[in-house]
Design a protein around this ligand. Structure first.
Ligand code: GDP
Length: 177
């Protein structure tokens, strides 16, 4: 086709994981459509969006899955993780409980995802400087403990959103290609 959107060398599934409200849907919409929404979503179920990325001269079609309320719908858990080669595990730097719950999300990933799934811990909402409740060091040291990557982002002001996805895809590339 003329657009070339349909042509790719690899197609990879990446899942977004983390407590409700941490910003998963907005990280997805920022990365795939450069959109941000102040309101919380009302959708229930699983949604995904795709974006083609160039890595080392190859076109990688990334299919990014968002839980959209899946936190409460355990029946779809195994389908959600099936075939995922990467995961962004997201918390909100202004909400300690979302950071404490990372253990639960990482446990779920270990249980359901492929053992070679690349994991990146993402501290989102860094624009909320005055409300920060989890330090960068705490985030980084948790990631290092498990040998995962770490990045801080803001879907609102578009800090590091592209970097988060790109770094993860480069990690996946090293493992898969
Ligand atoms: P999800 O439940 O994890 O998918 O979270 P959403 O993407 O629906 O975001 C939950 C709320 O946090 C919404 O009101 C968003 O506008 C807001 N939000 C998401 N990302 C950011 C961010 O980077 N900074 C700020 N200040 N708010 C954000």
């Amino acid at each position: 086709s003329a657009g070339g959107e349909e042509q790719y060398d690899f197609i990879w599934k990446v899942v977004l994981v983390g407590d409700s409200g941490v910003g998963k849907t907005n990280l997805l919409s920022r990365f795939t459509r450069n959109e941000f929404n102040m309101e919380s979503k009302s959708t229930i179920g699983v949604e995904f969006a795709t974006r083609n990325i160039q890595i080392k001269g190859k076109t990688v079609r990334t299919q990014i899955w968002d839980t959209a309320g899946q936190e409460r719908y355990r029946a779809i858990t195994s389908v959600y993780y099936r075939g995922a080669v990467g995961a962004l595990v997201v918390f909100d730097i202004s909400k300690v409980s979302s950071f404490d719950n990372l253990d639960k999300w990482l446990g779920e990933l270990n249980e359901h995802a492929d053992p070679h799934c690349c994991i990146m811990i993402v501290g989102n909402k860094v624009d909320l400087k005055h409300l920060r409740a989890v330090s960068s060091e705490e985030g980084r040291s948790l990631a290092e403990k498990h040998n995962y990557s770490f990045i801080e982002t803001s879907a609102l002001d578009n800090t590091n959103v592209g970097e988060a996805f790109n770094n993860l895809l480069v990690d996946i590339f090293k493992l898969q290609v």
